[in-house]
Design a binder for this molecule. Structure first.
Ligand code: G6P
Length: 610
């Protein structure tokens, strides 16, 4: 789980590279290094064992000056953590490379390079890449051609950044099954294994696809596809820190964050999937192996994150048939668990600092789990630093206390994890491609449901003076109903409870009359017949229903029912989209009640005490 950053700037980039490394440190921190091309066209390289700060201190003692450079923070796979094994690796005092991933054919490559007289100085698979490029250049080709030739020679997963002292002002990058993005900024052009590291320096980001090779200068990016043809890859806007910290045109952060969901969702999935595969590498270098050995899943989380976990249980069990338990972290940590062999332990958290979730992780690390994995929104958080594997959701800062965009992004991340695990357990390739296509469509559906805002605002008037509200759903929609109830109680202080619709007649129905609105989630799935029966039971007792459903169910506005017309989304992914109108409903109800939307009473964004 290494981190890469590279830059071609108009001025000395070493400071920017070191700051970038600091932001990438969550990915691994057993050693780090930096190389730049100096003004007199020499490679200057500094590497250190230990955390990035050790490297920063070392660079401080030397002068490192160059407009073109690459840097790396390492988490050892091949070769122990040491200065010698740290990146950048060089060849012929001309080429320097940084690499993230695993070169599967490293043994045969090493053997061949040694027999051809190469002087290999480290135990890493990565150094071989520098020699392969240098060999090609010695045969008379330019760096771009040499980097392109890697595709034929390397097997495995890689994201690579390359500089050549003889071509200053140019940075080359390529990737295969390992994330790598290009950032466009005012001070130059950047590469990184993670959009998060680019946030302060870049305004736009370009996601490279498998086999792409990029030729980068301070103000141009030329990308070649896997067959060598020039390709156009779209650029995406990265919100600036100022935009993140301000409410913009919105009256509250919560509303802004609800509306940011299509972008946040796109960012979360973009650099983690190809058109037919989720990159296991995006979770960390050992992920593919750990996923192959995963037989069961234990998830822990609190609040909204817990609800995301509950949704994912349906995915893990129904689609890839891996048993999954989900537990509230504060309960989990005080139980004596039976841990089956091969259980992957997953923590879900927006902040990565929730005390109970963190305590659960620390307990799990001593309890014999296969490995620990965290899905989180904060790269520098404790949870991220202490987990074996990580998937960052890239939702962007979430300031409103009630979590919104983090929930939908967590769901996307969990769906990607399910696909990656399925892949490791021989999931049908066509099914995998279909699911990836459906997941890619989610940001578009999110845009569509946000257009319902005005309609939902009107419906929210029906909640303003209510004391209580019920939410019902069945199957995979039940956790979404729980999340809807949580949102409403958090910010409007209306008492809200969620029930599986089938459970109504075992108690809650005793409370139903026209004073309690019931929000019902009824997509056109295989539970629709049963949902319709529950709705009739409610109507016959005078209940008022807010119904989220699609045209296909044939249910329309009538006495006692106000319909929110939802787009038809694939059943298993529908929770991601059905959560959004519930966020808007809670928001508008709370606004009508005059509540403090972004800082509801008694609640904290990050609960770091037990
Ligand atoms: C607090 C927040 C909730 C959040 C929960 C878990 O209670 O108010 O919105 O869902 O913590 O937070 P986490 O950062 O671990 O997802």
């Amino acid at each position: 789980m290494c981190g890469i950053i590279g830059a071609v700037g108009t001025q000395n980039v070493s400071g920017l590279l070191l700051q970038g490394l600091k932001r990438l440190e969550y990915r691994g921190y057993d050693s780090a290094g930096i190389a730049v091309i100096s003004p007199n066209q020499q490679l200057q390289r500094i590497r250190t064992a230990g955390k990035v700060q050790v490297l920063i201190d070392e660079v401080g003692k030397n002068s490192l000056d160059g407009n073109t450079g690459i840097a790396h923070t390492r988490w050892a796979t091949h070769g122990r953590p040491s200065e010698n094994n740290a990146h950048p690796h060089t060849a012929g005092d001309a080429i320097a490379i940084v690499h993230n991933g695993i070169i599967e054919n490293h043994e045969s490559l090493r053997h061949r390079l040694l027999s051809e007289g190469c002087h290999i100085t480290s135990d890493t698979d990565s150094e071989l890449i520098a020699h392969l490029i240098h060999q090609k250049i010695r045969q008379g080709v330019d760096t771009l051609t040499a980097v392109r030739s890697l595709i034929q020679q390397l097997k495995g997963a890689y994201a690579i950044g390359v500089i050549n002292k003889d071509e200053p002002g140019r940075l080359f990058a390529t990737r295969f099954s390992s994330p790598l993005v290009i950032g466009l900024g005012e001070e130059g052009t950047f590469i990184s294994s993670d959009t998060l590291a680019l946030r302060p320096v870049a305004t736009q980001v370009i996601y490279l696809e498998d086999g792409d090779v990029a030729d980068i200068t301070s103000d141009t990016v030329t990308i070649y596809g896997i067959n060598g043809e020039k390709v156009n890859r779209p650029s995406h806007k990265i919100p600036s820190n100022h935009e993140i910290a301000s409410k913009g045109k919105y009256p509250h952060y919560m509303l802004k964050e609800i509306f940011e969901q299509p972008d946040a969702m796109s960012r979360t999935i973009q650099s983690r999937m190809t058109t037919h595969q989720v990159m296991a590498e995006a979770f960390g270098v050992n992920a593919a192996d750990i996923f192959r050995r995963t037989k069961r899943i234990q998830i822990i989380a609190c609040g909204t994150s817990y609800h995301a976990g509950l949704v994912s249980k349906y995915w893990f069990e129904e689609i890839i048939r891996i048993p999954c338990e989900v537990e509230i972290a504060s309960e989990y940590r005080y139980r004596n668990h039976i841990i089956e062999p091969g259980t992957l332990f997953i923590t879900l958290s927006q902040s990565g600092e929730t005390a109970d979730t963190l305590a659960g992780l620390r307990l799990a690390k001593t309890s014999g789990y296969l490995a620990t994995l965290s899905i989180c929104n904060v790269a520098e958080s404790s949870l991220v630093r202490e987990s074996d594997l990580v998937l960052l959701i890239d939702a962007g800062f979430e300031i409103g206390v009630a979590s919104t965009k983090s929930f939908t992004c967590q769901l996307e991340a969990l769906f990607m994890l399910m696909i990656a695990l399925g892949h490791a357990h021989a999931l049908d390739a066509l099914k995998e491609t279909d699911m990836i296509r459906e997941l890619r469509a989610m940001p578009g559906y999110a845009e569509e449901v946000l257009k319902l805002n005005a309609a939902i605002q009107k419906i929210a008037k029906g909640l303003e003076h209510k004391q209580n509200c019920f939410f019902i759903g069945r199957g995979i929609q039940f956790p979404v109903a729980m999340e809807g109830a949580l949102k409403l109680k958090e910010i409007s202080y209306i008492h809200a409870e969620a029930f599986p619709a089938g459970e109504l007649k075992h108690g809650p129905i005793a409370l139903i009359d026209n004073s309690i609105p019931i929000v019902a989630l009824a997509p056109n799935d295989d539970m629709i017949g049963k949902m319709k029966s529950s709705l009739e039971e409610i109507l016959s007792r005078g209940g008022n229903i807010v119904l989220l459903t699609t045209g296909q169910t044939g249910m329309e506005n009538r006495d006692g029912i106000s319909v929110i017309h939802m787009p038809h989304v694939p059943k298993l992914l529908a929770p991601i989209i059905y959560a959004i109108p519930l966020q808007l409903l809670a928001y508008h109800a709370a606004v009508l009640k005059g509540a403090d939307i972004d800082q509801p009473r008694n609640l904290a964004k990050s609960v770091t005490v037990e």
